[in-house]
Design a protein around this ligand. Structure first.
Ligand code: GLN
Length: 305
């Protein structure tokens, strides 16, 4: 398996040249576009990795399924569902819904920015700082890595250059969907996006979703199976934004991408996969990362379809 991963990494590395590193904030544009890494963690706890799997990068949108899971644990499915819908948007992650049209909770999806910004207010906590503290603790628990921390320079850069996210938050507020102060809400969201992880952390979190909430190796329950199914279903239909259909055809797995270049893929009943390659395609998904996953899925028969 290790030899296969190494071969696929080297075969796909050159394709990163066709993508572009995110440059909407200066900090992200510093990433090395040639890097490509992968880590697999199987349900029985066995790990395999290749390439730049130790590189630490920011989660960005990959934190969205964790936000959703924590909101489900804090409030239950019915309450979350009533405020943030589950239908795929078929639009880019930062699309701004037409202000002319009435914006309803069922128009929101937790895997794109507008839904996730609202979701970050649905985490239990006295204020935004406490909500973020709980989210970070929970992410550390899922990754089984107490050292996970915010990459401060990325957080500051997100905050300084976050006009589009501010526009989305104000739009939510104008439609009566968001009650809290926009800057407080975004502070939690920007920090969440700036949590640093490696492929190994993503593989471990993906593995928990793959094993329906049970820890790899020990099988100890970490969160309820029904929430894993809820999150996995939304990952399959909207985890790769307006590239989700194409990804489902090519790879056939629930997955979440982030503009930092990470992908967390979930192979139900088998394994979690963490990928890193910061050069992105036009939809903001890791270009070489998707290619690598497509080939791995064919070689190992990973598609759920
Ligand atoms: N921080 C990014 C944003 O909010 C996350 C988006 C992403 O990873 N696609 O714009």
């Amino acid at each position: 398996m290790k030899a296969l991963l190494e071969q696929l990494v080297e075969e796909n590395r050159p394709f990163a040249r066709q993508g572009r590193v995110a440059d909407y904030i200066p900090e992200l544009s510093k990433a090395d576009p040639r890097e490509l890494g992968i880590c697999l963690l199987s349900q029985d706890g066995e790990e395999q990795a290749a390439g730049d799997f130790q590189r630490v990068f920011t989660m960005q949108s990959i934190v969205k399924p964790i936000l959703l899971l924590l909101a489900l644990l804090d409030n239950g499915e019915e309450a979350v569902r009533a405020q943030i819908g589950v239908e795929a948007t078929g639009k880019p992650f930062d699309a701004i819904n037409d202000a002319e049209q009435e914006l309803l909770s069922e128009h929101l999806n937790p895997m794109v920015n507008m839904g996730a910004i609202l979701l970050s207010t649905r985490i239990r906590g006295e204020n935004s700082a406490e909500r973020f503290r709980r989210l970070l603790d929970f992410t550390r628990q899922l990754a089984d890595n107490p050292d996970l921390a915010v990459i401060q320079a990325v957080y500051e850069s997100e905050k300084k250059n976050g006009s589009r996210n501010r526009a989305m938050a104000y739009l939510l507020k104008s439609h009566g969907l968001l009650c809290e102060e926009v800057e407080d809400v975004l502070d939690c969201y920007f920090q969440a996006c700036s949590i640093g992880v490696s492929c190994r952390d993503l593989a471990r979190i993906g593995c928990l979703f793959a094993s329906h909430g049970r820890a790899p190796g020990s099988g100890k329950p970490v969160f309820p199976e029904r929430y894993a199914r809820y999150v996995n279903a939304i990952l399959m239909t909207c985890g790769m934004y307006d590239g989700s259909g194409d990804f489902a055809v090519k790879v056939g797995l629930p997955a979440k991408s982030g503009v930092g270049g990470g992908i967390m893929a979930v192979c139900p009943g088998r394994m979690g996969i963490g990928i890193y390659s910061p050069a992105l395609d036009v939809k903001g998904n890791s270009l070489a990362g998707i290619r690598l996953l497509e080939q791995l899925s064919h070689r190992l028969g990973l598609s759920v379809f």
